[in-house]
Write a protein that binds this ligand. Structure first.
Ligand code: ACO
Length: 428
């Protein structure tokens, strides 16, 4: 059986055989389909990339119908359960294999060597308004890093590339924590490189004065697991942005800043914040039925529900739901948990949600944990960006080293007017 797709253009009666590879046809093969020789040729129209794969990737696998997520072939549940360090998973994403002991040690040392930021970065952050949104601060500061490391533009030099990867993974928690301290009017706390990736972050967030901040092992573990769950998710909106910006061969700081900006939106990484705002607005159990009614009538969306790819329970949400119990044992239960559980219970039984295969996504429960840990809502997208930086960098590197890739430049179907005659302003 030939691996081809036969297409007949009924406008001309011509037949075309288009090659199939990996269950996919190349959109550029459609260009041979034309009515006249000087036609541009056929394109595929695919708003929001609903059925377009612009890349071949070996990083993350998702089967949305079965609810499967794997990093480099390892199921997310195993990584969340077995890996004791976020940096181990970050290594896996960037390098393709789990590190041996000496490789992990070297990687850890390299990343930790870069956790501090230039003092002028600190000054830059101090310049933001007292009430600046921490995600706005984060995005701008990441972007500013490019001015501190001009060699970062040497993206085809493997040593320079490696160094920026170490720098970015090392510095994002520091910048994130500084943004939080700024919003609280507290002095910034410098990194402590004897701590774990998650432990150091908690220390920079919550240490007060000279007294030692004791990191609760359950919270440190919970944050490590949350970091692992959020580290990558194949071609989502922010990763697509990372690849797209990176395809112009700009330095990775500029690309990560752009990816973080894409992450900020409420339909993407901003959803965990939106979930808590929604739960706050709902307020009490007796309002749940009327909220579900409003959702079904299209008056609002149930934030934290639905996913472009998952048409089954998001496997990350399942892990987070369990994790929430451990965290709440330490912090006390988040009062909104019962409300969230009730919303989920009703939604999962309701025809509207069942028919559309709408299940809780990663953001539905993560915000409840963050809030219980004392982290304010507007900081949630920043928390998401910290681990996702590793995923963005893995995709960025794969993209720029892929000989098939070029600058990302989609086409358009132009429906506007053409060749209009200029009219003087007093005659329009
Ligand atoms: N609440 C109510 N209805 C919904 C929801 C929701 N959360 N999500 C989708 N639907 C409905 C749509 O209205 C649509 O109904 P229709 O067929 O009657 O028009 C149907 O389900 C299909 O939804 P689409 O919007 O076409 O799905 P899409 O793949 O474009 O959107 C998205 C996915 C953006 C995640 C959407 O489900 C959503 O807005 N969810 C809420 C925001 C959210 O939680 N985002 C986080 C995503 S995970 C992440 O980025 C980490």
């Amino acid at each position: 059986m030939p691996d081809t797709l036969s297409v007949t253009d009924n406008r001309t009666g011509k037949k075309y055989d288009i090659a199939i590879e990996n269950d996919t046809i190349r959109a550029s093969d459609l260009r041979q389909i034309r009515v006249k020789d000087d036609d541009f040729g056929m394109m595929s129209y695919d708003p929001a990339f609903m059925n377009t794969a612009p890349v071949k990737s070996r990083i993350t696998f998702i089967d949305g119908d079965k609810g499967i997520l794997e990093y480099r072939g390892y199921p997310i549940e195993r990584l969340a359960e077995k890996s004791t360090s976020f940096l181990e998973v970050a290594y896996l994403l960037i390098h393709g294999d789990l590190p041996k002991e000496n490789q992990l040690e070297e990687w850890r040392t390299n990343v930790k060597m870069h956790t501090f930021v230039h003092e002028n970065i600190k000054k830059l952050m101090e310049g933001f308004r007292y009430d600046a949104h921490p995600m706005g601060m984060f995005i701008s500061t990441i972007s500013a890093l490019s001015t501190f490391y001009p060699e970062a533009k040497e993206i085809m030099d493997p040593d320079a590339r490696r160094k920026q990867i170490h720098r970015l993974i090392g510095k994002v928690p520091t910048i994130a924590a500084f943004a939080y301290r700024h919003s609280k009017g507290l002095p910034y706390v410098y990194p402590s490189n004897d701590l774990t990736y998650a432990g150091n972050f908690l220390n920079m967030m919550f240490k007060i004065g000279d007294s030692k901040y004791t990191i609760h092992p359950t919270l440190e573990h919970a944050l490590t697991v949350l970091y692992i769950l959020h580290a990558d998710h194949e071609q989502n909106c922010s990763t697509n942005t990372m690849r797209s910006i990176g395809s112009s061969y700009v330095d990775p700081y500029s690309s990560v800043a752009g990816a973080a900006a894409a992450l900020w939106g409420p339909l993407h990484g901003g959803a965990n914040e939106a979930v808590l705002r929604m739960l706050d607005e709902i307020g009490s159990m007796d309002r749940v039925p009327s909220v579900i009614k409003d959702v079904k009538e299209g008056k609002m969306k149930l934030m934290g529900f639905g996913h472009r790819v998952y048409k089954n329970y998001d496997p990350r949400a399942r892990v987070i739901k369990k994790l929430a119990d451990d965290v709440f044992e330490v912090t006390g239960k988040n009062k909104k948990l019962d409300l969230a559980l009730e919303l989920e219970r009703i939604a999962l039984e309701d025809d509207y949600f069942v028919k559309r295969k709408l299940y809780p996504n990663v953001d539905f429960y993560s915000g409840l944990i963050y809030e219980a840990m004392g982290i304010p809502m507007d900081f949630f997208p920043v928390l998401f960006a910290i681990p996702r930086t590793a995923g963005w960098l893995a995709h960025w590197q794969e993209h720029i080293l892929d000989p098939e890739q070029k600058i990302a430049r989609p086409r358009q179907v132009y429906l506007g007017q053409r060749g209009r005659t200029w009219i003087q302003i007093d005659k329009r």
